[in-house]
Design a protein. Structure first.
Length: 257
């Protein structure tokens, strides 16, 4: 989606440059006014479409980040820590927090490891990454755990199946909303392109009140687009990352207390 969108916007930018040059060299006032009218309508449609695409990207990143945070808080902390601690004592909490830090960008690997769902090849890659962490205590813990029967942990996960279903249902609903936004944004972009072609072909006369209204709408769309990106980076994303780091810190603090 991103490549297609930016490729299209680049083509549109080249077209705008051509129109600007044409407006300087042409003496056909009606054609120039019609062209400006068409560009205004198309630009408004593309601005609104780009705003929706930005909203989709932000929602998707938030969904993925929150899902990772769910595993850290829900599964790693609630499901595994207590059960593993029974087998391995107090040091288990410290080991798990170290794994969380090591696999911060891929919590799914931790989940699969504790569920015992890693393939032999994945187990080897997992162990190699742990060894590269250069912590003998953590390496011994991972080797010991991987050689232990994990049926009790799988049973514990199944007991919390309803919670998993709820979170997956929530994520699926979010994906559905993203798909709806994507279709709306695509339709608006296509309508903008069609309007551009129709107005240029039929040389429809410009209407000043429509021009002015659409110019304001396009401007507001661009401003809101920028504000959404800034808000996401400064607040939403920062908050999620802070929560993940705080969780790891709390686990380590609790272990040392």
């Amino acid at each position: 989606m991103r490549i297609e969108k930016w490729g299209f916007l680049l083509s549109y930018a080249v077209y705008l440059v051509f129109c600007i040059v044409f407006s300087f060299v042409s003496e056909d006032i009606d054609a120039i006014n019609s062209m400006i009218f068409a560009i205004t309508i198309a630009s408004t449609a593309f601005s609104i479409s780009d705003l929706l695409f930005t909203k989709i990207d932000i929602d998707k990143k938030e969904r993925e980040s929150l899902f990772g945070l769910y595993y850290l808080t829900g599964r790693a902390k609630e499901f595994y820590l207590n059960k593993i601690e029974v087998k391995y004592g107090q040091k288990a909490e410290k080991m798990v927090s170290m794994l969380m830090e090591l696999f911060d960008k891929n919590e799914d690997e931790i989940v699969k490891f504790f569920e015992g769902n890693l393939s032999p090849q994945e187990k080897e890659l997992f162990l190699n990454k742990v060894k590269a962490y250069s912590n003998d205590e953590l390496t011994k813990f991972v080797i010991s755990f991987s050689q232990t029967d994990n049926s009790d942990i799988k049973e514990m996960v199944s007991e919390h199946e309803n919670k998993d279903i709820n979170i997956y249902k929530l994520l699926n609903n979010q994906k559905t909303k993203e798909l709806i936004y994507y279709k709306i944004a695509s339709i608006i972009a296509v309508l903008g392109l069609v309007s551009l072609l129709i107005i240029l072909t039929l040389r429809i006369s410009a209407m000043s009140y429509i021009n002015n209204t659409l110019t304001v709408i396009a401007f507001l769309s661009v401003i809101i687009n920028l504000l959404l990106k800034d808000y996401y980076k400064a607040n939403s994303l920062k908050k999620i990352e802070h929560q993940k780091k705080q969780l790891i810190k709390n686990l380590e603090t609790h272990n040392n207390s």
